[in-house]
Design a protein. Structure first.
Length: 650
């Protein structure tokens, strides 16, 4: 039976927005604008969750919450209101609300939290199978993992990219996550780091899967540095991956943490008696993506911490009543909250003020300033420090599981060796499939050539007898035939890259790039494009595949600068996102960064065919080549301001 969710809010916009979002999440929303209507719904229907505004036309929402808690029903309640009154949040949570969300709210987080509360109150028929979330941009490998895990008795969820994977993890709370290391957009390491920063999910076991070649010895340390509990390679037998995941699950602590979802921002408690500074500080922190809870005194801060978990505290030193130093001492002496990072904030620049602040137990001390960059950085640093401490604690627990993991791997490898004959058979079938693909392509090309050729003859010999519309139809037939021929060629090339053997040698990328540029200049001698190629770009890789990679990246840059007044292309290497990466940069048409996660999928084109011709296979080919080398590829760009494509070859 679909759970019923009652939305009580006097704003029609809020009711419509939440009703649509809840219905899309598979829940049954009921909406009303007054307490009287809400009481009628509660009296005649089985409601599992109430999303309740505090200020309503006919009364106080918290009074309805009090009635519900005094009655027999145990529906969950999320209070939804503004942050104008701190006492409303404290009063609501003390009265028995399960959560309090401030307006303006994040719809995704609110829906995820609603599903979480509904699930926590649902009776379970018995022990459910472990749920695994598989995140991989390769449909083939993703399906192979899904089937293997399902056959082993797991409940399996899947996602095709990092962004979707994080949303599924937040809303479904899987038992463990198996994530590919190299994906467009958010890669596997970033997915794991985001999970580790979330209070609700940070203890969820994560297994990082990579397609890196065996000689890349740094791959495993990088995976573990990202926070992965285990590391496996795609070229290992599925039995090895199953055994590794099983070992990780057995060692994982079986505990449920009912705190904020990954879709919800981290919560920062800001305490200051100045409404002006508190308002300014709240705006700065909300711009950083944090959920800000405000308090105007030390007493309010302590009351808030008694009912509301937070991730960081910003505490003014000079306040009437209970001052910042004493509030800090009390927080740091309370077992439940003393590990929360706490920053003292003051207008004093004196050295003694900082010494006194640290003496009370504060984790950091910062002066009030109109420049908030330092404050942002300090908050981020404290949140990272807390995350690292939690990870180190888990690392100590991991040591206890090492021997069991090793035993499981030895057993799995024994099974893998027994299946070696099946691998040989699969390779033979792949060769047969490739031969079949070439045969089919030849059969497809023949009629395409006929269409193109005969339409050309018709245009040359009978074109004068046709009107303008007829000649236009023939020209469109020719263009479609050429596009079909190019598409067949590109698909064959993409298929070939996935099956070809990888031959690693020392490759001079600078020389290869110069050859590609020279071919483009011969093809379009009328164009003048400034090209700068950095000297000394070398890498160990497959020279044939790397040439195809540069042909696609530089070819795209050449194409998308065709409408630029002073076109320029750069090929080089630079430090990016903590690693040395090669890049191809242009000042052409660029792209909307909102669609960056779709760039490397086949047939995904962000420009009209009439503006820039293409089949949508080139960047998919680039992604496959980089993945074959065990590297990573990503892009940056803006509409009308060019694009930069970066890639690594370990």
């Amino acid at each position: 039976m679909t759970p019923s969710i009652l939305v009580v809010d006097d704003s029609l916009t809020v009711r419509m927005d939440l009703a649509e979002a809840l219905e899309g999440a598979g829940l049954h929303p009921l909406a009303c604008a007054t307490l009287a209507e809400a009481r009628q719904h509660l009296a005649r229907e089985a409601i599992e969750l109430v999303i309740l505004d505090v200020v309503l036309p006919d009364g106080d929402g918290i009074e309805l919450l009090r009635e519900m808690r005094a009655g027999a029903g145990r529906a969950s309640v999320i209070l939804l209101s503004t942050e104008a009154e701190v006492k409303d949040r404290i009063r609501g949570l003390r009265t028995g609300a399960d959560d309090y969300v401030g307006k303006p709210y994040d719809t995704g987080y609110l829906v995820a939290r609603a599903k979480e509360l509904v699930r926590s109150h649902s009776p379970e028929a018995g022990p459910a199978p472990a749920t695994l979330l598989v995140i991989d941009d390769s449909p083939t490998f993703r399906e192979a993992l899904r089937k293997a895990f399902a056959d082993a008795g797991y409940h399996v969820l899947t996602a095709s990219n990092g962004e979707e994977g994080l949303r599924v993890a937040a809303s479904s709370r899987p038992t463990a996550v198996v994530v590919d290391s190299v994906m467009p957009g958010i890669d596997g390491g970033t997915v794991i780091r985001k999970i580790r920063m979330d209070a609700a999910l940070r203890r969820m076991p994560c297994v990082l899967v990579t397609g890196s070649e065996l000689e890349d010895r740094a791959a495993e340390p990088r995976a573990l540095d990202a926070g992965a509990d285990a590391f496996v390679r795609k070229d290992e037998d599925l039995a090895v991956i199953l055994a590794r995941v099983g070992a990780v699950l057995r060692g994982a602590a079986a505990q449920r943490i009912d705190s904020a979802s990954l879709l919800g921002p981290m919560r920062v408690l800001a305490v200051d008696d100045s409404p002006t500074y508190l308002y300014e500080l709240s705006d700065v922190l909300r711009d950083e993506g944090y959920d800000v809870i405000v308090a105007h005194s030390g007493e309010e801060a302590l009351d808030m911490l008694a009912v509301q978990p937070v991730d960081c505290i910003l505490l003014d030193v000079q306040m009437p009543g209970l001052g910042g130093h004493e509030t800090c001492r009390r927080i740091k002496s309370a077992p439940g909250v003393r590990d929360i990072p706490l920053l003292l904030v003051t207008a004093s620049e004196a050295r003694s003020a900082a010494i006194d602040g640290f003496g009370t137990g504060a984790d950091d001390f910062i002066s009030k300033s109109s420049d908030h960059d330092v404050l942002r950085a300090r908050v981020r640093a404290q949140l990272r420090r807390k995350q690292f401490e939690d990870e180190h604690r888990r690392a100590r627990e991991e040591l206890l599981r090492v021997e069991l993991d090793a035993s499981e791997q030895r057993s799995a490898r024994a099974v893998a060796e027994a299946k070696a004959a099946l691998v040989d058979q699969l390779e033979r079938k792949n060769r047969e499939l490739e031969a079949f693909g070439y045969s089919v392509s030849h059969d497809l090309k023949a009629p395409v050539r006929s269409i193109s050729g005969f339409s050309q003859i018709l245009l040359e010999e009978n074109g004068a007898q046709l009107d303008e519309s007829g000649r236009g139809h023939l020209l469109r037939i020719q263009a479609a035939a050429r596009r079909m021929g190019q598409l067949i060629d590109d698909l064959l090339k993409l298929s070939q890259i996935g099956r070809a053997s990888l031959d690693r040698t020392e490759v001079d990328l600078s020389r290869l790039a110069a050859v590609v540029v020279e071919e483009l200049r011969r093809r379009e001698p009328e164009r003048t494009v400034e090209v700068a190629i950095q000297e000394g770009l070398t890498v160990r890789g497959d020279s044939r595949l790397l040439r195809v990679l540069l042909e696609n990246l530089i070819g795209n840059a050449w194409k998308f600068t065709s409408k630029t007044s002073a076109p320029r292309i750069e090929v080089g290497a630079a430090l990016a996102e903590g690693t040395n990466a090669f890049f191809v940069r242009d000042n052409g048409a660029g792209f909307d960064p909102r669609w960056v996660s779709t760039l490397f999928a086949p047939f995904r084109r962000l420009h009209k065919e009439t503006d820039f011709a293409g089949t949508g296979i080139g960047l998919a080919t680039v992604h496959r080549i980089v993945d074959r080398h065990g590297g990573r590829v990503w892009a940056e760009g803006a509409v009308g301001r060019g694009a930069t494509f970066r890639f690594t070859i370990p």
